[in-house]
Ligand binder design. Structure first.
Ligand code: NAD
Length: 359
């Protein structure tokens, strides 16, 4: 491993930019050389945190000792900043959503290809342990073949009080949390999406969505529900999944949850009827204790390296990116289909740009 760290300048030193500062400081392969923000107060905050602040974006681009530009500004300026940085010979890490449309991202990828530089998108929630636990169940068939996967994040604090309220800046929850949850789903399920239906919510009266629900049908038979809400005073579990042998629930980020599977040791046990409301039911009676096994969630799937280590490996020609630009493009295309399905109130088909793995 090389001893020289890759030097990064963080452009946009707000909430996420400063978080990158902490994360990069903990990493041995990349280092923060400085930051740039359009706001004087954020440049001041950077200096106080110990990171020199550049006076202009041009000064960052003109500094030949800067190898990587990390873009953590609002979404509408990602494209322009990234293309300028690539043309100035810098590698680029860009925050999600990388940009707001498929065609904008194609321009960014073309600029990276032309410059011969790396462009990698910070889809960091691929490393979330709750997701990696579901990915493990999916890959290892812990509860049989998963055929229904429901992924939800529910908050009750509305849209954060910043540019995320404004369409022009790339606001709204589909582009915010949606891009994470869709990215996870598309990375996990290696199959073409045959149709999508969706409903965006505008409960808070903003010009952008404050949440949404999308149902994706995959060619391999998996149905995935992705839901984001910001007005949910009672929250549903982070994940609910069904497999051919049972079901699993993950309640929260700290992996509270369980699996319940069919007990194949015992023959079919007829459930006893229960009173349900004013009626009687056998169909909806809970299975008898002997008929099922309650288990713990499996250990999460292990990634070969962290985001920054993988990025450093890619720069050094030692690995392929974990977050591939083809996957990012596919998710942006899916987001466009979700907007269309909501606008037209129709099921959208024949849109997916899926490439089978290994192709
Ligand atoms: P923020 O408003 O807290 O910070 C954005 C900063 O960018 C501000 O300080 C602003 O002054 C600065 N800025 C705006 N235009 C600029 C320009 N042209 N040049 C330089 N600086 C500029 O926003 P945030 O919450 O930090 O979000 C920033 C980005 O990070 C967004 O793309 C968002 O989606 C992403 N994000 C990602 C995650 C994640 O988990 N991956 C989490 C939060 C935010």
């Amino acid at each position: 491993m090389s001893n020289t760290k890759h030097s990064v300048v963080i452009v946009g030193y707000g909430g996420m930019g400063s978080y990158h500062g902490h994360l990069i400081t903990e990493n041995g392969r990349v280092e923060v050389k400085g930051t740039y923000d359009v706001l004087e107060e954020r440049r001041e905050a950077s200096k106080q945190a110990g990171y020199p602040a550049y006076d202009s974006f041009e000064a960052v681009l003109n500094d030949s000792s800067v190898e990587v530009v990390l873009i953590a500004t609002p979404n509408d300026v990602h494209k322009d900043l990234a293309i300028q940085a690539l043309q100035a010979g810098k590698h680029v890490i860009c925050e999600k959503p990388v940009t707001m449309s498929v065609s904008d991202f194609q321009d960014m990828v073309a600029a990276a290809d032309e410059a011969g530089k790396v462009l990698m998108v910070h889809q960091n929630r691929r490393w979330d342990e709750d997701f990696l636990t579901v990915k493990q169940m999916y890959n290892e068939r812990t509860i049989g073949d998963l055929f229904q996967i429901e992924s939800r994040v529910h908050g009750a604090n509305g849209i954060p009080g910043d540019w995320r309220h404004i369409k022009q800046y790339g606001g709204g929850m589909l582009l915010d949390w949606g891009v994470h949850l869709l990215d996870q789903m598309v990375e996990m399920i290696d199959s073409k999406i045959t149709s999508v239906r969706s409903r965006l919510s505008f409960i808070l009266g903003d010009e952008v969505d404050d949440g949404f629900e999308a149902v994706l049908q995959f060619e391999n038979g998996v149905t995935a529900l992705v839901e984001v809400g910001t007005t949910n005073y009672i929250t549903l579990p982070r994940w609910y999944v069904k497999g051919t042998e049972g079901a699993a629930v993950i309640e929260d980020w700290s992996l509270t949850g369980r699996t319940v599977t069919r007990n194949n040791e015992v023959g079919k046990i007829e459930p006893k009827p229960i009173r349900a409301g004013v009626g009687l039911t056998k169909t909806m009676a809970p299975p008898s204790e002997e008929a099922t096994i309650t288990g713990v969630l499996p250990e999460p799937f292990q990634r070969s390296s962290s985001f920054y280590d993988n990025f450093a490996d890619v720069l050094e020609g030692k690995a392929d990116p974990i977050v591939k630009n083809g996957e990012v493009l596919r998710v942006l295309n899916l987001i466009e289909a979700i907007f269309k399905a909501d606008e037209t109130n129709e099921v959208v088909k024949d849109f997916d740009i899926y490439e089978p793995a290994g192709k």
